[in-house]
Design a protein around this ligand. Structure first.
Ligand code: HEM
Ligand code: CA
Ligand code: MN
Length: 342
């Protein structure tokens, strides 16, 4: 049949007239939440929020006759008073507080807003895929139960079991963790807020998968923090869970496969995020508004070992395939600067 496009009030077009409501929200959040279209702190936190909202979904609990959570239903905003104090949600109150006025101001459910803001935010990051966005999640009726969000001190077995319960395979877990390429931690080591997980926290590249495979040699701040492992670079922080997933036989080869393979990285993250964003939702009732999401800028830079490090620093964990050959960044060993708060 003919593809009929809707022309919205401001002249922009989208596949479905129901999606027109999103353009004013897009403009508002780009300007007033993401500081004019940056891939910075608010984008990183908005992406983390898509996960913490969606993963509140447990068919295993439902089977026991308990409420298993509504998944990507906006409960983290609607029932913020209950969910933000959960231990694994540490620090999430910042972005919940920042997003709540936008939900109130626009005619959109909290569940839709969280996933829309995540998809728009990711589009500001060079090298990212253009994420899918479906519109129409109903309001959450109940808060998520506690203990469904993975912790950085959980074992690989526990993490994979939690994701399996929510519907995700080990390969999908690894793909979702590409999110940590545009990420920093404020609360793992409270003395060094804004410390990134890779050397390029504003670029959606494979440096996270390279740098997590390097031998850990230092703590960027204090030692002894729960859920932290040694990192290979000053100014960079490593989660115990990321260190373990990079080295576990169930996940190591998939982890390594993203190194210097931008198209696989983009496709796998896009597919896994499409699934995450509708966790617990009836997709037959949602409208595809993906064409409202901006096209991300292309990748800037290419895969490399950070200055001073090379393949001898790799802790090879995938037995099937050798680590890809990469150049070392020229120049003296440097320390990664923090993600500025804004
Ligand atoms: C094994 C699963 C995971 C664990 C244990 C985990 C743990 C963490 C921790 C501890 C932080 C630091 C929070 C802080 O101190 O500020 C963090 C940050 C982040 N996480 Fe994860 N995470 C996991 C999976 C995911 C997934 C699936 C996504 C998204 C799809 C995600 C997106 C992010 C982002 C974007 C940040 C950075 C937030 C910021 O820069 O403010 N994480 N994660
Ligand atoms: Ca990066
Ligand atoms: Mn942060």
């Amino acid at each position: 049949g003919t593809i009929r496009k809707a022309t919205c009030a401001d002249g922009r077009t989208t596949a479905n007239a129901a999606c027109c409501v999103l353009f004013p929200i897009l403009d508002d959040i780009q300007e007033n939440l993401f500081d004019g279209g940056e891939c910075g702190e608010e984008v990183h936190e908005s992406l983390r929020l898509t996960f913490h909202d969606a993963i509140g979904f447990s068919p295993a609990l439902t089977k026991q006759g308990k409420f298993g959570g509504g998944g990507a239903d906006g409960s983290l905003i609607t029932f913020a008073a209950i969910e933000t104090p959960f231990h694994a949600n540490g620090g999430i109150d910042d972005i919940v507080d920042a997003q709540t006025p936008f939900v109130a101001k626009h005619n959109i459910s909290a569940g839709d807003f969280i996933q829309f803001a995540g998809a728009v935010g990711v589009s500001n990051c060079p090298g990212a895929p253009r994420l899918q966005f479906l519109l129409g999640r109903p309001d959450a009726k109940q808060a998520s139960p506690d203990l469904l969000v993975p912790e950085p001190f959980d074992s690989v077995t526990k993490i994979l079991a939690r994701f399996k319960d929510a519907g995700f395979s080990p390969n999908e877990v690894v793909a979702l963790l590409a999110s940590h390429t545009i990420a920093a931690a404020d609360h793992v080591d409270e003395t060094i807020p804004g410390t990134p997980f890779d050397s390029t926290p504003n670029i959606f590249d494979s440096q996270f998968f390279i740098e997590t495979q390097l031998k850990g040699t230092l703590f960027p701040g204090t030692a002894g923090n729960q859920g932290e492992a040694q990192s290979p670079l000053g100014g960079e922080i490593r989660l115990q869970s990321d260190a373990d997933l990079a080295r576990d036989s169930r996940t190591a080869c998939e982890w390594q496969s993203f190194v210097n393979n931008q198209s696989k990285l983009q496709n796998a993250f896009k597919a896994a995020m499409a699934k995450l964003a509708v966790t617990g939702q009836d997709t037959r009732k949602l409208v595809d508004c993906s064409d409202v999401i901006p096209v991300p800028p292309p990748l800037a830079g290419s895969a490399h070992f950070p200055a001073g490090l090379n393949r001898r620093d790799v802790e090879q964990a995938c037995r099937a395939t050798p680590f890809p050959t990469l150049p070392t960044d020229p120049g003296p060993v440097t320390s990664v600067p923090p993600v500025p708060p804004s």
